[in-house]
Design a protein around this ligand. Sequence first.
Ligand code: XMP
Length: 326
Amino acid sequence: MSNNVRPESMERITTPELAEAFITEQTRLLKERIGDKQVLLALSGGVDSSVVAALLIRAVGRQLVCVHVNHGLLRKGEPEQVIRVFRDEMNANLIYVDAVDRFLDKLAGVSDPETKRKIIGAEFIRVFEEEARKLDGIAFLAQGTIYPDILESGPVKAHHNVGGLPDDLRFELVEPLKFLFKDEVRVVGKALGLPDSMTYRQPFPGPGLGVRCLGAITRDRLEALREADAILREEFAAAGLAGKVWQYFAIVPDIKSTGVKDGKRTFDWPVILRAVNTRDAMTATVEELPWPLLRKLTARITSEVAGVNRVLYDLTPKPSGTIEWE
Ligand code: XMP
């Protein structure tokens, strides 16, 4: 398809000035195309959807309706950040949907990884569809498609979760980032005033913590995972590793082991830590973390996270392990 090929004349967006030029041009095009109609966007808070949101807010303001679905599988502080940045700071027309119970009830007792992914993807569409039906006058659906999605390079979005809306909700697509590479999206996001914690964040899978709370998800184990992951991110930031390591996260398996705490016997979960580097996610190497950092992470996680008595570091490259555990 010729309109899906990046024009050869398009300069690589590497500086704030080039980003400004892109923003000015896109704002003009978006205004022209959208007119006085409304645009709908599923805003996850990931890099691509956040940059699309910020760009459309610049172009059409509150004619953009953002829907942020909290499926309970987001990292600590994420829904709050989406609300703060978009609703409070950018005055976005943002609908926040607390669907935590709905997702966790659907996932209760389900241990097969692909079934978990399917449930999360299908439920997401259902929630988004319900919100779309409540709205009048939506003509466009904005999406954070970027050029690698079109080129289908790399598996990162190969199992992308957002399937299709039903026929009667097939809005016209608006994909202003579809010719941009990830590094360009980040430069544009920064120029639009998004915080670095949003534009320079590590990749995070659509099913979120759902594929890291192994087996059948329980609320207590999910909470332990969220807390351990927050500690890991905090310590990586403090050690200057946050922008350096490609992906780093925690996993909580569905097993328990014996331990001792304050002189008492415990029977609790382990937390597995993983930190990898890769170019395209097809293969990955393990980051050689400094021992003092591992020791600090172990001390903090075992003392601060309820229900956890051990910390393990995953030494497995891809192959033989995948990056995620499910
Ligand atoms: P694996 O585990 O296959 O992961 O080595 C490769 C990259 O893809 C991400 N990933 C996903 N992203 N939905 C996503 O949007 C998914 O279901 C999914 N599964 C894995 C993973 O985080 C890594 O960056």
